[in-house]
Design a binder for this molecule. Structure first.
Ligand SMILES: [Fe+2]
Length: 382
């Protein structure tokens, strides 16, 4: 095992830190956008996508009401339920009690919309809704399924309770066909919009993991940073949304290295000033890649400053102390810890104890926020 004191010199050296990574570009793979077959295959593909059904769960113990809602949806011309597409195929599932509804929601079927009665046997609609929405705080897609409450209970306190618990809309019984259709239509489009945003995020996350997976030294780094940052955020008592921000930022923080040539990333000799600047620019590139996605705006901000130092000698902004975003300071420590405890081309991995030894001895060196380092040491020692 490497000597932690000897390793300290390497760990503190930005060049060494940055040289963690060996990215290999596959020059053989390139896309041919000039094919004349594109239009026909594209049409075929979009036709196939249109056939993917939109799964609607009707949680309703009254069989007549359930069948009525099902009939309204099925009898409507498909385009009436979709602003952007010519056809949407509906797969409607009926659950006659709250327990069955939850079983279906948490089954492998991807439910796209829930129409929810409040008074149901076994588990009532409020409890069903609460259970579903509690998943959203932890990034489970189930937590974001649109919910339309359909209920005979129409007191304002009941309606507001449903909305506060996370229902997207409410409709009173007896059902008025046109109002029901317009509300279902609205929530279908909301779900589609959400799916589009989520797909864009997933592409960036997958790209980030794919880039580093090509090299044995960097493989898994972002995923480990993502998970550790999320758990450290929870330990610090941060808001769930901030923990999720750390999770996503951890995943994409080094995506900007995609723009750095291999020969620079793999260089073992001292880097020139130009090369060093290019590498140091990766935090800005990571940030800029995410910036066009409004849903990753905060992550883009955190990632931009993950190489700032507490003493103001970091990059890109040479920000110091509290001027560095708090979550960037947290991410920086987790990033450093994972770099220390992973094998690198130029050194072996440090043990957890050796890495903590460095943090303990260097917490006032100016690299990291000493208060957060103290908490991190306690967190790792748990
Ligand atoms: Fe980085």
């Amino acid at each position: 095992m490497a000597d932690p004191v000897k390793m300290l010199k390497l760990v503190k050296n930005d060049d060494a830190f940055i040289l963690d990574k060996l990215l290999k570009h596959d020059k053989k793979s390139s896309c041919n956008f000039g094919s004349r077959h594109v239009s026909s295959s594209y049409k075929k593909q979009t036709d196939e996508i249109d056939k993917i059904p939109f799964n609607i769960l009707i949680a309703e113990d009254n069989k007549i009401n359930a069948e009525l809602m099902k009939a309204i949806i099925e009898s409507s011309a498909p385009q009436k339920f979709s602003i952007n597409e010519a056809s949407v195929k509906f797969n409607i599932i009926i659950a006659e009690d709250g327990k069955k509804a939850l079983d279906i929601v948490f089954s492998p079927i991807n439910i796209d919309l829930i129409i929810l009665d409040l008074m149901m046997p076994l588990i009532n609609g409020f409890d069903v809704l609460e259970k579903i929405r509690s998943c959203g705080s932890f990034g489970n897609p189930v937590g974001n399924i649109p919910v339309l409450i359909v209920s005979a209970l129409n007191e304002s306190s009941i309606i507001s309770k449903g909305i506060e618990l996370g229902a997207n809309d409410y409709i009173a019984k007896p059902i008025v066909k046109n109002i029901f259709k317009s509300k279902v239509n609205s929530l279908i489009n909301l779900k589609k919009l959400h799916d589009t945003l989520e797909n864009s995020e997933n592409i960036i996350m997958s790209l980030a993991l794919a880039i580093e997976a090509k090299d044995k030294y960097t493989s898994g780094h972002s995923k480990r940073v993502s998970i550790l940052a999320y758990n450290f955020g929870k330990y610090l008592g941060l808001h769930k949304e901030d923990c999720l921000l750390l999770k996503r930022a951890g995943c994409i923080h080094d995506i900007g290295k995609i723009g750095i040539p291999n020969d620079i990333l793999n260089k073992t000799e001292k880097l020139s000033d130009n090369e060093l600047n290019l590498i140091r620019n990766h935090s800005i590139t990571s940030s800029d890649i995410c910036k066009p996605l409004i849903s990753l705006k905060k992550e883009s901000y955190i990632v931009r400053y993950h190489h700032e130092r507490f003493d103001g000698n970091g990059y890109p902004g040479e920000l110091n102390c509290q001027n560095i975003p708090y979550l960037s300071r947290v991410l920086s420590i987790v990033d450093s810890y994972d770099a220390m405890t992973s094998d690198r081309p130029y050194r072996q991995a440090l043990t957890m104890e050796a890495a903590l030894f460095i943090f303990e001895n260097e917490k006032n060196s100016g690299q990291w926020d000493p208060e957060i380092v103290n908490e991190f040491i306690k967190f790792i020692n748990l």
